[in-house]
Write a protein that binds this ligand. Structure first.
Ligand code: NAP
Length: 276
């Protein structure tokens, strides 16, 4: 078996942590990204196999750029990028770059890191990009006049739209990747009892915990589709699909809107111009 170099964001906890553990157990070299050094070091130490760690606040494009730069200097090649870091913010907030935090972390981070790592993935013998989205994408459309959430903000709506953006981005990316040996796919991990949502004050935190205790699957099962898309031979040539429980599934009609995908790509490029 060929050992792959696999970069996994949001791997200091939850689904990303288990994804890293499972891929390392299969003999791959995993490079985990967290934002808290002590916690990320601890998680790396718990993983059996070849593991390295890196630190970045992925809601800050300058730190995404620095991460990509440092990765290229340290590791030189990359076979799989798993964009997994994400969060739900019940209250409106902007990063210090002036970008709404859900959009910055859940979408722009995937978009920018992928773009910066693409030369290494293209140089790999069959690179893969795995973008963790969600079934939460259903029931909404992107509002290009309010991407920064300034006119009206609902935390859940912002989260839904960011996950819709993950699928639109992946589908457009897959088209652009035709002619290379790199594939891009996206997935729903299931409703998972991770730390997801626990960051929120007030009733949101306890409400999420209770719902998870009643209905959620554990993190091991939550990581299965990410591991499958990162490593399984049967999906080596699959490109631009949305997966749930390791099977391709049709996403919402809004996620199949090619015009929205093109527009999102253009807007994302424009926002990121000042960070290049
Ligand atoms: N849990 C679910 O039911 C569910 C369902 C559908 C989709 N998802 C998606 O699955 C992905 C993983 O979520 P999870 O459930 O595993 O959540 P989680 O347990 O909260 O883990 C999130 C990970 O992202 C990291 N992270 C958060 N903000 C960051 C930032 N600004 N910069 C860098 N890293 C950051 C966290 O770091 P720390 O360790 O420092 O907090 C952690 O490693 C997300 O994209 C989420 O949207 C989850």
């Amino acid at each position: 078996m060929k050992t792959k170099k696999i970069l996994i964001t949001g791997a200091s906890d939850g689904i990303g942590r288990v994804t890293a553990r499972e891929l390392a157990a299969r003999g791959h070299h995993v490079i985990i990204v967290g934002r808290n050094e002590a916690k990320t070091r601890r998680v790396a130490a718990e993983i059996t196999g070849k593991v390295d760690w890196m630190i970045a606040d992925l809601s800050r494009p300058a730190q995404v750029k620095q991460l990509a730069h440092d990765y290229q200097n340290r590791f030189e090649c990359l076979d799989v990028l798993v964009n997994n870091a994400g969060a739900f913010f019940s209250h409106y907030g902007k990063t210090s770059d002036g970008i709404e935090q859900t959009f910055a972390l859940n979408h722009l981070n995937y978009f920018f890191l992928t773009d910066l790592m693409l030369p290494l993935l293209i140089a790999s013998n069959g690179g893969r990009i795995v973008n963790v989205a969600s079934e939460a994408h259903r029931g909404c459309e992107l509002d290009f006049d309010n991407l920064n959430g300034e006119n009206k903000y609902s935390g859940w709506r912002a989260y839904q739209k960011s996950k819709l953006a993950n699928i639109l981005f992946t589908r457009e990316l897959a088209k652009k990747l035709k002619g290379t040996r790199v594939t891009a796919n996206t997935l729903h991990p299931g409703f998972v009892a991770s730390k997801f949502g626990h960051n929120n004050a007030g009733l949101w935190g306890p409400a999420v915990r209770l719902t998870q205790a009643l209905f959620a699957i554990n993190e091991d099962r939550g990581a299965e589709t990410s591991v499958f898309l990162a490593d399984h031979a049967s999906v080596a040539n699959t490109n631009g699909e949305y997966f749930d429980k390791c099977r391709a599934r049709k996403p919402s009609l809004a996620a199949l809107n090619d015009d929205a995908a093109v527009r999102l790509w253009q807007v994302s490029e424009e926002i990121l111009t000042r960070f290049r």
